[in-house]
Design a protein around this ligand. Structure first.
Ligand code: SAH
Length: 381
C-alpha cells in the first residue's frame, strides 16, 4: 500500500524562493560534489578558507551524510552558514515522498533550483539497499512506452544534483528511517529519469564521487553501480576506457531493428548489431557481465521467436557468460496502448533464453503502486 509522508517532516531545509528562476534556465549552483580533489583546493582559495575547512565540510557531507550547518559544530559558529552555504548549497527540495512495501520502497519527487521535477527511489532488500537516481530532468530519447520519454528533455542535471540523491538515500538508510534498522546504502542504478550517457560528463563525475573513498566521495563499490543506457554506442565505448568497472545495462527491448526502431528510436542511428557489439566490447574490456534490459510488452516483443532471436544475437558474441537478460514486466503508462505480457508468455520467453544458455531473471515490480517506474510521478505532477 502506498502512503504519503508529510513534506514538512522530511524537508528541514526548503529551498529559498530567490533560487527559483524560470524552468530550464541557468545552471544549478556549484556544490562540493561537483569538484574533484584538486578543484576543491582552488575553491578553498577562492573562498578564502584554509583547505582543512573544505575537508571538514567534505567529511560531514560524504562520510557523515550531514547537510545541516547546525550539526557541523567543528566549524566556527559565526562562519558556519557562510561556509556551508558556499560549499553545500541546497540542490534538491522534497515535493512528495511515497512509500510502499512496508516502507522499504521509498520514492521521492524532487524540485530542482529552476523548478524542474525529478525522482529517485530507494529500495531496501534483505541483503542490499539500492537507490535509483535521475540524471536528466526529462529525457530526449522519446521511447514511446516510457513516461519520461513523453515529455522531452528539460535539461541535464549536474554531478552534484545526481550525488545529492544518493547522499539523501544513504542518509535515510544510516539514520534508521527505513524499516529494518540503520543500514548502509550499497547500490546505485541510473534508471530514474533521463539518459545518463547523454549527460556523460556529469554522470561520470558522479560515478567518480560515488567510488572515491571518504572524505573525497561515498566509498561505494564500482560493481554496485549500474549505468543504464538506450545504447549510445560512442559513450559505451568511452565508459569502457574509464577504468571504473561499473555495471552496464543496455535497454534493448527488441532483438530486431524493425521493432527496436519503434520502441527505442535511437536505434535508427545505432543498430541492434552495433549496440550489442558495443555492450560485448564493454564486457570484454571490463570483465563485467553486461545486463540486457527487456521490458515485456504483450504481443509486441514477447513472442517465442523473439526470445530465440535474442538468444542467438547474444550468443553470436560467444557464450562465456558475458551477458544476462533482465526481463522487466511493463509498467503501463497512462493512455499507453501497450500492456504487460501474459504470465505464460513471460515463462516461455525465460525458458527459451535459458535453453540457449542465457542467464535470465525477471525483475520484481517493487513500488509499481507508487508509480515506481520511470517518471510517472513527475508526469502526474
Ligand atoms: N535512459 C536509460 C535509463 C532510464 S530508464 C535507459 O533507457 O536505459 C530505466 C529502464 O526502465 C530502461 O530499461 C527503460 O527502458 C525501462 N522502462 C522505461 N519505461 C518503462 C515502463 N513503462 N515499464 C517498464 N520499464 C520501463
Amino acid at each position: 500500500m502506498a502512503n504519503e509522508v508529510d513534506v514538512a517532516d522530511v524537508n528541514p531545509r526548503p529551498l529559498p524562493l530567490v533560487m527559483a528562476p524560470p524552468k530550464g534556465r541557468g545552471k544549478p549552483p556549484r556544490h562540493l560534489a561537483d569538484l574533484s580533489a584538486e578543484e576543491r583546493k582552488a575553491a578553498a582559495e577562492e573562498l578564502g578558507l584554509p583547505a582543512f575547512r573544505v575537508k571538514q565540510v567534505a567529511h560531514h557531507y560524504f562520510a557523515r551524510l550531514e547537510r545541516d550547518p547546525e550539526a557541523m559544530t567543528d566549524l566556527p559558529a559565526k562562519d558556519r552558514d557562510a561556509i556551508v552555504g558556499a560549499l553545500l548549497p541546497p540542490l534538491l527540495s522534497k515535493v512528495r515522498m511515497l512509500q510502499a512495501d512496508g516502507g522499504t520502497t521509498r520514492k521521492t519527487l524532487w524540485r530542482l533550483f529552476d523548478g524542474s521535477l525529478v525522482e529517485s527511489v530507494l529500495m531496501r532488500y534483505p541483503d542490499r539497499a539500492t537507490v535509483c537516481v535521475s540524471s536528466q530532468a526529462g529525457c530526449g530519447m522519446a521511447c514511446p512506452f516510457c513516461a519520461t520519454g513523453q515529455g522531452g528533455l528539460q535539461r541535464n542535471m549536474s554531478t552534484a544534483e545526481i550525488i545529492d540523491q544518493v547522499v539523501d538515500a544513504a542518509h535515510q538508510m544510516a539514520s534508521g528511517q527505513v524499516p529494518g534498522g540503520p543500514g548502509r546504502l550499497s547500490n546505485v542504478v541510473f534508471m530514474g529519469m533521463g539518459e545518463p550517457m547523454a549527460n556523460y560528463k556529469a554522470m561520470i563525475g558522479a560515478v567518480r564521487r560515488m567510488v572515491a573513498p571518504a572524505p573525497d566521495g561515498l566509498g561505494l563499490s564500482a560493481r554496485n553501480i549500474t549505468v543504464s543506457t538506450v545504447g549510445l554506442v560512442p559513450r559505451m565505448r568511452q565508459l569502457a576506457t574509464e577504468r571504473i568497472p561499473v555495471t552496464l545495462a543496455l535497454s534493448l527491448h527488441a532483438p530486431d531493428d524493425e521493432l527496436r526502431n519503434e520502441l527505442v528510436p535511437i536505434n535508427t542511428r545505432f543498430s541492434v548489431a552495433e549496440t550489442v557489439e558495443a555492450a560485448w566490447e564493454y564486457a570484454r574490456t571490463t570483465k563485467r557481465r553486461v545486463s540486457i534490459e527487456y521490458a515485456m510488452m504483450r504481443d509486441i516483443n514477447d513472442q517465442a521467436w523473439r526470445a530465440d532471436l535474442l538468444g542467438d544475437v547474444l550468443n553470436s558474441y560467444g557464450d562465456w557468460g558475458w551477458v544476462h537478460v533482465n526481463l522487466i514486466p511493463l509498467n503501463p503508462t497512462p493512455g499507453s496502448k501497450w500492456t504487460a505480457s501474459r504470465r505464460e508468455d513471460e515463462r516461455e520467453f525465460v525458458r527459451r533464453l535459458e535453453a540457449k544458455g542465457i542467464p535470465t531473471t525477471v525483475r520484481d515490480t517493487r513500488g509499481s503502486d507508487i508509480d515506481g517506474a520511470c517518471g510517472q510521478l513527475a508526469a502526474v505532477e
